[in-house]
Design a protein around this ligand. Structure first.
Ligand SMILES: O=P(O)(O)OC[C@H]1O[C@](O)(CO)[C@@H](O)[C@@H]1O
Ligand SMILES: [Mn+2]
Length: 437
């Protein structure tokens, strides 16, 4: 008989990280968007036309109302259909709402529904508020923050790309062991890149200061699940003509650059036959990468002198000649966890099923992998996936409030005794593989 599942993390647990998120952090993020629209309405008018300037008022009205609903624990709302939006997911949202009502016999509310559902809902509603104003449909309220975070990380990016260039020129003359070290180094850089997200900080600046390569050794004991050796074995055991890697990217800025560096090294080391990058179709969790952010990042770095410009020019050619593909799917920005993907995102599930390995970056992807439930930390990763198994998968994330699974029986307690906030600060990381074998 199947054991009952643990409950979802939720804002109804007063004092919990989820509760504090709904109470404090989400209103701050929303207030920033409201203030931005109010302050920048004239410049938005020059960029998107007079109607946008006028539209700012309506959007501010809708967002202020949502903020009030959130802070007074009112119901979540149904979403309006967006027939002109190719990524319209209102049906999925509304179906989730109705299912909640049938299951719980009450409507979902900000503090009582699951944290995952509520937090995702906020971003869908921010997008809806903008989309309802024709002139502001394409406007991304987080674009400026994402771009600034990349610009602030430029010194760290220069150091990292320098390392990519030198690594790639020597790869062919390396022993297997040296190759392994190089590749795993870039997985670690990509892991720590995940500390730079802008939602944990409520939108406050977060960027990579200093050369991350210099801290890797010191940080290694903070990788609480480290399947790097298994990962290397897995990657090198894939048939040479079947190394189709999918990367579900997370935050724009330094993290995205660290991911592109990882892809470059994987490709140059002959560990890939195809590479597909999945991005988001709406502004999401402040810093998540949309296709426009990815293209902007590559173009921006291309204009940089030296190695940065040269490497970014290569990325640009990989994107235009199809060696790197960009994929968008509306399922990524729904409120569903991944155990529900085969049901509500069947097209994406079958697409992912063709991959040799899917790499999921970041905390939110981890929350969706594990259903954002209150799992004991020694739960097996595969059990927490609850039947989600499109292909072998790797989670690369720093722990920022979501569940942590796959630890040894006392490991959670031991880490807690060193650092009480270990699973909410992003200071601890995981490189966790599940090959379902
Ligand atoms: O960008 P990431 O790594 O998915 O992190 C986003 C996470 O940060 C938080 O905003 C803080 O925990 C969560 O709400 C969310 O899961
Ligand atoms: Mn993110």
């Amino acid at each position: 008989m199947d054991l009952p599942l643990p409950p979802p993390l939720s804002g109804n647990n007063v004092g919990s990280f989820a509760y504090l998120t709904v109470k404090d952090r989400l209103p701050v993020i929303l207030t920033r968007v409201i203030d931005y629209l109010h302050r920048e309405r004239t410049s938005l008018g020059s960029r998107y036309g007079m109607a946008a300037q006028e539209g700012c008022k309506e959007v501010v009205g809708r967002l202020s109302q949502m903020k009030n609903e959130m802070q007074t624990n009112k119901d979540l709302q149904l979403l309006q259909a967006q027939p002109t939006n190719p990524h319209d997911d209102s049906e999925l949202w509304n179906h989730q709402f109705e299912s909640y009502v049938s299951e719980h016999e009450v409507t979902p509310k900000w503090f009582t529904a699951s944290w995952l559902y509520v937090e995702c809902h906020m971003y869908a509603r921010i997008h809806e508020a903008l989309f309802l104003c024709n002139a502001l449909r394409e406007f991304d309220p987080f674009e400026e923050q994402k771009q600034k975070s990349l610009e602030d990380s430029l010194p760290a990016i220069e150091a990292l790309i320098e390392k990519v260039s030198t690594t790639c020129t020597t790869l062919s003359s390396q022993t297997q062991d040296q190759l392994k070290q190089h590749v795993l180094t870039f997985f670690e850089v990509s892991l720590w890149g995940n500390r730079c997200d802008l939602s944990l900080s409520g939108g406050d600046e977060r960027f990579q200061e200093g050369d991350v390569l210099l801290s890797l050794e010191k940080l290694r004991n903070k990788i609480i699940v480290n399947d790097s050796n298994m990962l290397w074995q897995f990657l090198t055991s894939l048939p040479e003509d079947q190394r189709d890697i999918v990367l579900v990217v997370d935050n724009a800025g330094f993290e995205l650059v660290s991911d592109l560096c990882l892809l470059t090294v994987l490709m140059e080391a002959g560990l890939t036959t195809s590479l597909t990058i999945h991005t988001k179709t709406r502004p999401w969790f402040v810093s998540d990468t949309m296709e426009t952010d990815l293209r902007w990042t590559v173009d921006k770095l291309r204009s940089h002198p030296g190695h940065v410009g040269q490497v970014a020019a290569k990325w640009s050619s990989y994107l235009s000649d199809g060696r790197w593909k960009i994929c968008n799917n509306k399922f990524w920005t729904t409120g569903h966890d991944f155990s529900e993907m085969s049901k509500f995102g069947g097209d994406l599930y079958s697409q992912l099923s063709k991959a040799s390995l899917i790499i999921f970056k970041g905390d939110l992807n981890y929350r969706k992998l594990t259903g954002d439930l209150e799992w004991p930390t020694d739960t097996k990763f595969e059990d927490a996936l609850q039947g989600f198994r499109p292909a072998p998968l790797l989670a690369v994330r720093t722990a920022k409030g979501g569940p942590v699974v796959g630890l040894l029986p006392d490991q959670g307690k031991d880490i807690y005794s060193v650092d009480k906030d270990w699973n909410t600060t992003g200071d601890y990381g995981m490189i966790q593989l599940c090959t379902f074998s």
